[in-house]
Design a binder for this molecule. Sequence first.
Ligand SMILES: [Zn+2]
Length: 249
Amino acid sequence: MAPSFAARTYRDDAVVLRTHKLGEADRIITLLTKHHGQVRAVAKGVRRTSSRFGARLEPFMVADLQLISGRSLDIVTQAVAKGAYGGAIAADYGRYTVAAAMTETAEKLTDVDGESGTAQYNLLVGALASLSRSDHAPELILDSYLLRALSTGGWAPSFTDCARCGAAGPHNAFSAPLGGMVCPDCRPPGSPAPAVETVLLLGALLTGNWATADASATVHRREAAGLVAGYLQWHLERVLKSLKHVERT
Ligand SMILES: [Zn+2]
């Protein structure tokens, strides 16, 4: 006996992470939902000009969705726009690339970790809203988002006390594998020694101290971005490895 229609239908807020074509007129939409983690769902007829979904299921859009659970893919039956960030973001190439990096990171982090889904959802929607309003420089919004998303995923960096032994900081060496700034005893050979202002900027981006972040100089933003990218790459590779492991077993 099939379960009742009501039991298989659910409603949730979601941000569209990615879409790809399916058949003639449909799309598979990868969503980060507020309460159901990452969901892959089919939007039927969405590529027809007459589609009732309009542009509500484009990347970076936030919508109140109704879905039907399926065996492998769910089906989107209704979409009401909540945050029309997609238009403002897609109109500007710099913002678009930042939003794409954020949604890609969110997809990877929530693929293996369902538990922090709501926190990751709130973080991503907040960052997309901030990006669409140009609250801060796009690269600062990105680096702040990346540091906070990794922290929420369980990889909180330390920019004050030693990331390995906890010795009181500030310290002047950075190690992505060890988790941030490290003391002279823990410092692996060849660790970069970023400028004091760069370390302050990283701390400000992590805690959301925008007054400090907005006042930072370009040279320190560039150095911070390089360290964030290294930190992200190191930890996401571990995420992806654990994902492969999950799929094998
Ligand atoms: Zn140490």
